[in-house]
Structure formats: C-alpha cells, structure tokens
Design a protein around this ligand. Structure first.
Ligand code: PMP
Length: 419
C-alpha cells in the first residue's frame, strides 16, 4: 500500500506518500528543457507505472502469440493472460460477469460499438438520443451519425455557467421517443463530476437505458457499475495508467445479447457458410479479429497496480491538490477558471485575458510543464462558455504541490511576458 499512517489528534488517517508513488513512474524522472518534467496532461493520457511496462514486455518476451484459436503452449498462456485481464476488469468495475466486459481500443471505439450494436438496431425515425452539453466529441459525433442515418434527433441537456448539468431540464427531455441517454461521468474540459446514479435512476423510471462515457471517471473515482446501475460504461486504458490500445465496454448482458455485432470477422462467429453466419456468445461476438493483446494484459496490470495502492487516500490527495492549485491560480489577476462545478475532479481549465491558450501552453512547455491548450475535443463546451479555447492542467495522484506551484509561477511569467 502506498500510503503512510499519520496520527492526527488521536485519529489515524491515511496520508498519501507521493514521493514513493512517483518512483513507480519512470517517465516522471526526466528533464524537459533542462527543467524537471511537470506532467499535467493526465486527462489526455496518464503515465504508465513500471509494473505495467514490465508486464507488457514479459508478454512480448515470453508469451507473444495469438489468443483463443491456438492449441499450443504459448497461445494458451496468452489466452490465459488476456482472459485474466478481463476478470480483473470485471472486479475493478464490479460487473456481474466477465462476459459483460468487452475489450476495445478505448472510449471512441467503445461508444461506436454501442452506436452500431444498440443504436442501429433499436433507434428509428423520430426517436431521440439524449446527450449533455459538456460531452466530448466521442460521445456526440457517433450519435449524430446515427441520427442522420435513422432520421432520429439529438437532444442536449443544458448546463449552468459553472459547468453543472441542469437535472430538471434533463428529466424534462426524457419521453417515450428517447432511446438512450449518453453522458460523461467526469468532464475532460471542465472537471465536473456528473451525478450518474441519479441520472440513471431518472432514465430507468421511463425505461430508457443509459451509457456512461467513463474516460475521465475510471482514473479518479471508484466504479461500481451495479451500484450506478448504468447499462453501458466505457473506459480508455491509456487514461488509467495502462498502455494505449486498451479499453473496455461494460454492457449489461441482457443488452449485449440483443445487440448486433460491431465488426465482423474471425473470432466473433460460431459458424460461417456463404449463406449465413451465426455469431459467438459474449464477449467474443464483439471482439472480431486479433485484439490488442499486450495492451489489454497491460490494463490488467494497471488494475493490479491500482488495487495495490490506497485509492481512497489517492483520491483525497488529488482533491486536495486540485483545491490548492485552484486557489492559487484563481488568485492571479487576469486568470479566469472555466469549470467551477461544486463536484469536480482532476481538471483545472483556465483562460488568461488577452493571451491565447496556445501561447500559454507553448511558454509553459519551455518551463518543462506539460499542459493542454485547445478545445479538448469539446467544441460545444467552448461555445457554451464563450471562449475559443482553454489551457488545461489535469492532475493525477503522482503530481505534487511543488508542481502546482511551478504551474502557478509559470502562468505569472506568461502574464509578465505579454504585459
Ligand atoms: N471521452 C472523454 C471524456 C475523453 O476525455 C476522451 C479522451 N480525451 C474520450 C472520450 C476519447 O477517448 P479515446 O481517445 O481514448 O478513445
């Protein structure tokens, strides 16, 4: 467990040992532009711990082989590792069965899988799909494509100026034509944590299934899909300390069984003739072709890593760090925060009067600080907040207060350069 015990007024509270956890992430040891790297772009991709790197290279050195179809030793080892990773995912998100956990390359592919598998089968002319005003393009564009194809309509849950969804307006949007609600757990552009359990319950009251884009949820929050009661939960591994190319679609078996496959090909069939193909059972029906075996095994190792740390202490630490950086940054004259929801995690987005976020990002890079500048694949959020783009610092449990200070000092420097 990477947490030490701190005795506070007779109470024993876990404290997060950030120096120790940083040792697990080799990439953080480097310098950029002669400064220690300050990595604050975790919402785009988080870094990978040594144990995950080692697991991936052990697969390549000792186990590399194609899964499922082989009768030989290596194929069986690769299959065991791959299916073992699926069981780790199941436990991590508390799914009922591992066949409800489909491996995909990430959230984009996952949402497209649900669009093709569920949407093209169950959505027709005049039906409606409800998304929120803060969605990432990955949870807008596939639904728009579906609406165009089917003559269906996209409805949008509005948000307030702080970046919080308006739940009464959400409920008012739901009706007998609504075929799906697709909403993000945590906003990549604003940091808002959405009340998924409440939203699911309101959708279910009207018999409407709900999909969660969990890209930014899984790295920060405990995920219990049975407690959330969502119908789909989609994850990108590279945002939760695993390699790129790994990801998950959780779907309730009763939906997945009724859905059409997404991709057709090898490994997803039961029988093929030129007249007709019958499909394999779950999860294979949704995993055509050779998957990203090494990456998904890496995702399993990342989950082992997360199970080995005190996640509650990690989350408390992240929240403290976000509050610290928020207070310091917002005290700078000319800085305006974009995204001030009461329930937030991970993300600190801001604009500076008269200075383009790309200039902020470029100057910070010269200081060795990695942030992201732009629309963060959420152009409707930029429009709603009336900004062309933002600068975004995003945190993980390996970031430090000294790094938050470096960010704040560098932003001050940017303002001096432009004044
Ligand atoms: N949804 C959200 C909220 C995201 O932050 C991202 C990645 N920026 C995605 C979806 C898409 O994830 P991926 O690029 O891994 O498919």
């Amino acid at each position: 467990m990477i947490a030490t015990e701190k005795v506070l007024e007779g109470l024993t509270q876990p404290a997060w040992d950030v120096a120790r956890v940083r040792e697990e992430f080799p990439v953080l040891r480097q310098t950029v532009n002669n400064r220690p790297l300050v990595y604050l772009d975790n919402a785009a991709s988080s870094q990978v711990p040594q144990v995950v790197i080692e697991r991936g290279s052990r697969y390549l050195q000792e186990e590399h082989s194609n899964i499922h179809r082989g009768v030989h030793y290596l194929s069986q080892r690769a299959t065991t590792a791959y299916e073992g990773a699926r069981e780790k995912v199941r436990r991590f998100i508390n799914a009922r069965e591992s066949r409800e956990c489909l491996f995909v390359r990430g959230c984009t592919e996952g949402i497209n899988l649900v669009m093709h598998g569920y949407g093209r089968k169950f959505v027709g002319a005049g039906d409606e799909i409800v998304v929120s005003a803060m969605e990432h393009h990955a949870n807008i564009v596939p639904w728009q494509m579906l609406c165009e194809e089917k003559g269906a309509r996209l409805r949008v849950i509005p948000m307030n100026d702080a970046g919080e969804l308006l739940l009464d307006e959400y409920e008012a949007l739901l009706n007998e034509r609504t075929k799906l609600v697709a909403v993000m757990h945590v906003s990549n552009a604003l940091g808002t944590i959405n009340p998924i359990k409440e939203m699911t319950s309101r959708a279910h009251k009207q018999g409407i299934p709900l999909l969660v884009d969990g890209a930014q949820g899984a790295p920060h929050l405990p995920i219990d899909v049975q407690d959330l009661d969502c119908d789909f939960y989609v994850i990108s591994g590279h945002k939760m300390f695993a390699p790129t190319g790994s990801g998950v679609v959780y779907g309730k078996a009763e939906w997945l069984e009724r859905m059409n496959p997404f991709l057709g090909g090898g490994d997803m069939i039961r029988t093929v003739t030129f007249e007709k193909t019958t499909y394999a059972g779950l999860p294979n029906k949704f995993e055509a072709g050779t998957p990203a075996i090494a990456s998904q095994i890496g995702l399993g190792a990342a989950i082992d890593f997360l199970n080995g740390i005190d996640r509650e202490a990690a989350h408390a630490y992240e929240q403290e760090l976000l509050a610290y950086a928020t207070e310091k940054l917002s005290a700078i004259e000319g800085v305006r925060l974009i995204g001030t929801a009461r329930e937030k995690t991970g993300v600190l987005a801001f604009v500076i009067d008269e200075i383009h976020p790309h200039d902020v990002g470029t100057i910070l890079d010269q200081e060795g600080i990695a942030i992201r500048a732009g629309h963060h694949c959420a152009q409707p959020v930029m429009k709603r907040m009336n900004v062309p783009a933002t600068a975004r610092a995003s945190f993980a449990f390996y970031n430090t207060k000294a790094e938050a200070d470096a960010l704040v000092n560098a932003v001050q420097k940017v303002i001096e350069v432009f004044s």
